[in-house]
Design a protein around this ligand. Structure first.
Ligand code: NAD
Length: 279
């Protein structure tokens, strides 16, 4: 039976480290680091994520403020709020919930976030930083959470073959860059990849970020592997499920992350850690 790589232990350690950094920041600056959430409307998934952040902000020593904007706010209305938060020195991080309502030029709005406050790595400046190390910004939180889990459980990446399923700008692509920085050998698979199972079986570490319930089955893995499930999907009964068929896969591989309670738990901890500037 595979080791269950729960996210809670990794998240708790990161909250502890973030809190220590936040205390140092507060002493040096006379105010606490503060994450500003900008939310247009009240989508249930946004509210659920916000509740999670709120529940843990104190653990990380980060203050939280929310700008809730009406569904019919204009593009300029959102940009005005972002400008106000950019110039407020007490706001150290900005999380803008995406997607924005239809009709808004999302890219234009996102690009207004100051790179040093772009805690979820949404701007081009953050992408440049993630892909080249140049300038200011952050990697998106979820790919970084995958590395935090590996570090927590002593899973070294150096020289390992890591297969990533998914090539989105939010997870798959930035994750492959972060893995390369750790000297892994990375293969990125996607919806047009042929013979997926033969590639996934060749991995030392398999990360799935496809957004397909139970698509990683027992016949795509082999003994000795670590499997990290980034997928957050909901079945017909509204139950959260990962990409990995957990019971099937955990009979075969060495270690696997659960959903819920895996990568998702760590993503919030990474987000709050990004809201504390280096001192
Ligand atoms: P996306 O839809 O933008 O990208 C999915 C990727 O998977 C695409 O590149 C696609 O080519 C690939 N793919 C889809 N079906 C495939 C298949 N059958 N075989 C091979 N590749 C396939 O999704 P995303 O935003 O990258 O998110 C992926 C998953 O991660 C979703 O379940 C999402 O909810 C989850 N997610 C979790 C967190 C977290 O905190 N844990 C954060 C962000 C996203």
């Amino acid at each position: 039976m595979a080791e269950r790589l729960a996210g809670k232990a990794a998240a708790d350690h990161l909250y502890h480290k973030t809190r220590e950094r936040a205390e140092t920041f507060s002493k040096e600056n006379g105010f606490s680091p503060c994450l500003a959430i900008v939310r247009v409307g009240s989508k249930p998934e946004d509210l659920a994520y916000e509740r999670g952040v709120r529940r843990h902000a104190e653990d990380a020593g980060v203050a939280l403020t929310t700008r809730e904007l009406p569904e019919d706010v204009t593009e300029d209305g959102v940009i005005d709020v972002i400008h106000e938060l950019n110039s407020d020195e007490r706001v150290t991080g900005i999380l803008l919930f995406l997607p924005l309502p239809q009709g808004m030029n999302q890219k234009k709005v996102v690009e207004e976030i100051a790179p040093d406050k772009d805690v979820d790595g949404a701007t081009d400046a953050s992408r440049l930083f993630t892909y080249t190390g140049a300038g200011a910004g952050f990697a998106p939180c979820t790919p970084e959470a995958v590395l935090v889990i590996c570090d927590e459980y002593g899973i070294s990446l150096e020289g390992k073959h890591v297969v990533v399923i998914g090539r989105s700008l939010v997870v798959g692509k930035p994750l492959s860059m972060l893995l390369l920085k750790r000297n892994a050998t990375v293969t990125v698979c996607h919806s047009r990849t042929r013979n997926l199972a033969s590639i996934t079986k060749s991995a030392d570490i398999l990360v799935s970020a496809a957004g397909r319930i139970g698509m990683v089955t027992g016949n795509m893995v082999r003994p000795g592997q670590t499997v990290i499930d980034v997928g957050i999907n909901f079945d017909q009964d509204g139950k959260m499920k990962g990409d990995v068929l957990f019971d099937d896969v955990s009979e075969i591989v060495d270690a696997v992350t659960p959903v819920p309670g895996g990568v998702g738990a760590v993503t919030t901890a990474v987000l709050l850690s990004h809201a504390v500037p280096a001192v």
